[in-house]
Design a protein around this ligand. Structure first.
Ligand SMILES: NC(=O)c1ccc[n+]([C@@H]2O[C@H](COP(=O)([O-])OP(=O)(O)OC[C@H]3O[C@@H](n4cnc5c(N)ncnc54)[C@H](OP(=O)(O)O)[C@@H]3O)[C@@H](O)[C@H]2O)c1
Length: 326
């Protein structure tokens, strides 16, 4: 048996219920992990609220770290006793133990503790594919301006550090002066409090009217129109989340004046194979080992307090990464 947070129908944070459920043995291509820490992510809110549909009852959570207890047929890169971490579908990480696809599980380097491992996989691999692989035409060069919304969040503070290591000038937006300060301390070259300032005007000012080559936008509805205005000709808008609600349908003509590109990328397209997962994780682990990135675990909640963790996340009270402890 294990303890797991499950939902029986979509709803608010109170839809999250702590239950006793059985953990089976891993089937072919699967692995069973005993969690030491689980990551909290905004995507968990989309699943809990029903924005992303799930068959009910359902587990929740897509990021975790712990010890491998058993491996299924055909799994050769892991063995019982290994310290491991993952970002994976389907949800189910808010639990003491679970079975999951082995292709998205990697061994945790010795120097990385479980809390860090649980906080870094989904968020850090997202920054990896955004900054390294979701680039505008001609790529990104040191000195280039990029705009990154919600820069003081879990994904955001990792992005600030990764962009600095690449020599990029990251302009971060965040929802308070304290959050802006935090983004600057983590490597943002400029920070804009987008709840008080017009971020389009400030980006124009910072870039001398040129605009940025790429906008990484996880806020969605509230920022979409402004994000397009911040782009220079041939610029790329990567909408990778919708914390303020999904982007409404729009006509392609909106992109015509400056020949703009729009993408709607997801991490799990990038994590399609074990080889791809390992390659991206090696890049992330290297950034952490060299000290280019410190994973900012700022909050810890007991697993039983997942409801409070979701309330805080949705109320914009968290900064950096949060973990649930089983
Ligand atoms: N597509 C992918 O592959 C992928 C993968 C991972 C994450 N994501 C997305 O990346 C984003 C960040 O994820 P995260 O887990 O690190 O979360 P997070 O950034 O720690 O939390 C979300 C932040 O969004 C901002 N926000 C703006 N408007 C909001 C609103 N109306 N309600 C709530 N928050 C609002 C808040 O920061 P301010 O107060 O500073 O505005 C809030 O702290 C999410 O949108 C997530 O879905 C996408």
């Amino acid at each position: 048996m294990k303890r797991a947070i499950r939902i029986h129908s979509p709803g608010g944070p109170e839809a999250l219920r702590l239950e006793e459920v059985s953990v089976g043995m891993p089937g072919p291509g699967e692995v069973r992990i005993r969690h030491h820490a689980c990551g909290l992510n905004f995507i968990d809110v989309y699943y809990r609220s029903g924005l992303y549909p799930l068959d009910m009852p359902a587990g929740i959570g897509m990021e975790g770290a712990g010890v491998v207890e058993a491996v299924g047929e055909g799994v050769s890169h892991l063995q019982p006793g290994d310290r491991a971490a993952y970002a994976c579908q389907p949800p189910g990480a808010y639990s003491t133990a679970r079975v999951l696809p082995a292709k998205n599980v990697v061994r945790l380097p010795d120097g990385v503790d479980f809390e860090t491992g649980a906080a870094m996989m989904l968020k850090g691999l997202t920054v990896q594919y955004l900054l390294r692989r979701t680039q505008p035409q001609g790529g990104l060069q040191p000195g280039d301006f990029v705009l990154f919304h919600a820069a003081a969040g879990g994904v955001g503070l990792i992005a600030c550090q990764w962009a600095r290591a690449m020599g990029l000038q990251l302009i971060g937006t965040a929802g308070s002066p304290e959050k802006c300060e935090l983004a600057l301390r983590h490597g943002a070259a400029h920070a804009i409090d987008y709840r008080r300032e017009d971020f389009v005007a400030r980006v124009a000012e910072i870039t001398g009217g040129q605009g940025v080559k790429v906008v990484y936008d996880s806020v969605g509805n509230d920022t979409f129109a402004g994000s397009l205005q911040c782009l220079r000709p041939f610029g790329l808008l990567a909408v990778f989340g919708s914390s303020s609600g999904p982007v409404p349908p729009f006509g392609l003509q909106l992109l015509a004046a400056r020949s703009l590109y729009v993408s709607r990328p997801t991490l799990f397209t990038h994590l399609a194979t074990r080889e791809a997962t390992q390659e991206m994780a090696d890049d992330l682990f290297g950034m952490v080992a060299r000290g280019d990135i410190r994973i900012p675990v700022e909050r810890r909640y007991p697993l039983a307090e997942a409801v409070q963790a979701h309330r805080d996340l949705e109320a914009r009270l968290t900064t950096g990464c949060s973990v649930l402890l089983p």
